[in-house]
Design a binder for this molecule. Structure first.
Ligand SMILES: [Zn+2]
Length: 258
């Protein structure tokens, strides 16, 4: 490893650590934990899921999507990138975005079905594009979501951070009554909500495995299920759980400096 690449790697670690320190300070008022079973009796809700790549919705919140569908909530999934970046070491395949679309639809069917849209931003660029912000704003206007699921603000992938940032811009301050539920994919978050998902764990696993192109390079299904078992134990659920950091939409602005 050259001194330069060593420096770049350590600078990245430092940047992450500083982000964490700031996050913990700002998040403090919201860190009281609770368990939300989702299957309780409430009026049907409108749910928006923002996924940077096809598979993030299943890995990050496949369990809650299945639970929302079981209780009759309308779920709309908005994919921001086209998922076209090849796995490390693999050649570019121009059919990959279309293949991943098909996998995404198959995965959503397993979770109980959802409407979806694909913004087709270029995978891996971390683009915070005006087109993306406008499309998210339009979707929010149309769906009037009670909850929005999105990768959490420190999730360590540039497309995931970009998706969060585009959502923040799209919300432009506040939508009273909308809760932003942030989910974890690449970086474990600091949870304030746990959702028991034992009843739909098999659906989550099958939905992740539907993303066959991705499962070839990494066993995301086993990793995600392992995390779900750990989160269940940690959150006092005593069975598998998904963990989230949830705040009202109007509080997002508090984290702008992160
Ligand atoms: Zn992703």
């Amino acid at each position: 490893m050259t001194p330069w690449s060593r420096f770049r790697k350590s600078a990245r670690v430092l940047r992450e650590q500083l982000g964490w320190r700031r996050f913990l300070k700002l998040a403090d008022p919201f860190l009281a934990r609770s368990i939300d079973p989702i299957d309780q009796q409430r009026r049907p809700e409108s749910i928006l899921v923002i996924a940077p790549h096809p598979d993030d919705e299943a890995i990050g919140c496949g369990g809650v999507i299945a639970l929302h569908r079981k209780r009759g909530d309308a779920v709309h999934v908005l994919y921001t990138t086209d998922g076209g970046r090849p796995a490390r070491g693999a050649a570019t395949d121009s059919n990959q975005p279309a293949t991943r679309r098909t996998e995404a639809l198959r995965g959503l069917d397993i979770l109980g079905g959802a409407t979806q849209e694909f913004l087709d931003l270029k995978d891996g660029q971390g683009d915070i594009s005006d087109t993306g912000v406008k499309a998210i704003a339009k979707s929010i206007e149309a769906k009037k979501p009670d909850r929005i699921y999105v990768p959490w603000m420190l999730d360590n992938h540039r497309d995931h951070k970009a998706s969060f940032e585009m959502l923040r811009k799209a919300l432009a301050g506040s939508i009273p009554g909308t809760a932003i539920w942030q989910y974890e994919v690449w970086t474990p978050l600091v949870p304030n909500r746990y959702v028991p998902i034992a009843s739909v764990l098999d659906l989550k696993e099958r939905a992740i495995r539907a993303h066959e192109t991705q499962m070839k390079s990494h066993d995301y299904a086993s990793a995600s299920l392992g995390l779900a078992h750990y989160r269940g134990l940690q959150g006092g659920v005593d069975a598998a759980a998904e963990a989230f950091f949830a705040i009202p939409a109007e509080k997002l602005e508090l984290f702008t400096e992160l």
